[in-house]
Design a protein around this ligand. Structure first.
Ligand SMILES: [Zn+2]
Length: 137
């Protein structure tokens, strides 16, 4: 997320707070924003929904809490494990979503190459892979 996502992120957090029956202030939103800034906005939004869904609905107390960033991180890992990462190839006009583009060598022979969108997806997967997630601290 970048600074431009701050407004949409705030809206999402207020929505989540409303779902659990809480109020949230700007200080709390900022804290979450900072902690989750490394992830794309759409992924963070999905993770909030996922974290709420993944809860034990029998637990009345838990149901009144905004998901912690730990819950969000778990949800992000779960989403990426299922989806294999944010898929940037979908809707790509250059390769029509295949991830590959046909190029031509100097000698005229045709060669299939990876499209920019596929390369971007691979980078994203590396970055968000829960296995080799770099330790912070
Ligand atoms: Zn493409």
């Amino acid at each position: 997320m970048n600074f431009a996502d701050r407004v949409d992120f705030s809206k999402k957090m207020i929505e989540v707070a409303t779902v659990v029956g809480r109020a949230i202030d700007d200080v709390e939103i900022s804290a979450y924003f900072t902690r989750l800034a490394e992830y794309p906005l759409d992924l963070v939004c999905k993770a909030f929904d996922r974290a709420l869904d993944d809860r034990d609905h029998e637990d009345i107390y838990l149901a009144t809490l905004i998901p912690t960033d730990n819950e969000i991180q778990k949800a992000i890992s779960a989403i990426l494990a299922e989806e294999g990462g944010p898929d940037a190839t979908i809707g790509c006009e250059k390769c029509k979503g295949t991830g590959f583009i046909m190029g031509e060598r100097k000698n005229g022979s045709v060669v299939a190459g990876r499209c920019e969108c596929l390369l971007a997806t691979i980078e994203m997967r590396k970055k968000y892979s829960p296995k080799d997630k770099k330790k912070e601290g």
